[in-house]
Design a protein around this ligand. Structure first.
Ligand code: FPP
Length: 246
């Protein structure tokens, strides 16, 4: 299963022990409000934080960093803010892909991104294909992502296989469900971080978080940086993970 060492990565695991961290990047709006700036300014500063933290995660030896950029519930926001966020995402993929590729990063998008605007889907698929052969860390961006929607799509996939006679309903087990999720080829989630003081999962990686350590910080996302990530990894090191055992 996914907990085995991957042959394409250094075998010396980093001291913090985190292979996969995920972040609910919250607080862009409040960051902007505190400065009497429009919300888009908070999202722009949030993109800078994404760049800093993606770089830091690579330097700190994480195999995978997953970032919650746009949820399946964010469509409830005003159309202008949705357009701003999609614009920032497009620009981010265009502007940062070369650096990711040069550093061996694999860019992944999770979520129902295929339902997005066709030119964005095309851009995403080309970006993923370009970096797919790299052997460095994975930066996974959750886009039009909701964990419940992910589980619905996985269930539909498995039901279709049963209907096609490829397997029986009894053969559905944890491994088969995991293989049908968007995160199938990502390492198991170790650490789930949420910024801005809110303490909930907001439909993010509900299956994958089954045994993840949760870390909440009051820091607003645009203020998050390498030092803040290092603090979260330090906190993880002190946790006693028992996975249901003693
Ligand atoms: C939450 O802040 C943040 C979001 C809904 C979007 C996160 C998006 C980015 C950081 C920018 C785009 C990302 C990439 C990967 C290029 P909020 O607006 O809910 O803040 P608030 O709760 O303070 O209002």
């Amino acid at each position: 299963m996914a907990s085995q060492a991957r042959p394409d990565l250094p075998h010396s695991a980093p001291a913090h022990g985190v292979r996969h961290a995920a972040i609910i990047m919250d607080g862009n709006g409040r960051w902007a409000k505190k400065r009497l700036m429009p919300r888009i300014a908070g999202h722009r500063a949030g993109v800078e934080a994404v760049r800093r933290v993606a770089r830091a995660a690579r330097e700190m030896g994480l195999e995978c960093l997953t970032l919650y950029a746009f949820s399946s519930e964010n469509w409830k926001r005003p159309a202008s803010e949705i357009a701003d966020l999609m614009g920032l995402l497009r620009h981010f993929i265009q502007a940062d892909l070369d650096e990711f590729h040069a550093n061996g990063v694999r860019l992944r998008i999770i979520g129902n991104y295929r339902a997005l605007e066709p030119s964005l889907v095309d851009m995403i698929e080309k970006a993923m294909a370009r970096t797919a052969g790299n052997s460095g860390p994975i930066i996974a961006i959750a886009l039009n992502y909701g964990a419940q929607d992910e589980m619905v799509r996985a269930t539909q996939q498995l039901a279709q296989r049963v209907a096609a006679g490829e397997m029986t309903a009894d053969e559905i087990d944890i491994d088969k469900i995991e293989a049908a999720l968007d995160t199938a080829d990502l390492p198991p989630l170790d650490l789930l971080i949420r910024t801005s003081g809110e303490q909930r999962l907001s439909n993010f990686m509900l299956w994958q978080a089954a045994y993840a350590e949760l870390y909440f910080t009051d820091m607003l996302w645009p203020d998050f940086d390498a030092k803040a990530l290092a603090q979260a990894l330090d906190a993880f090191k002190l946790r006693d993970r028992r996975f249901g055992g003693l």
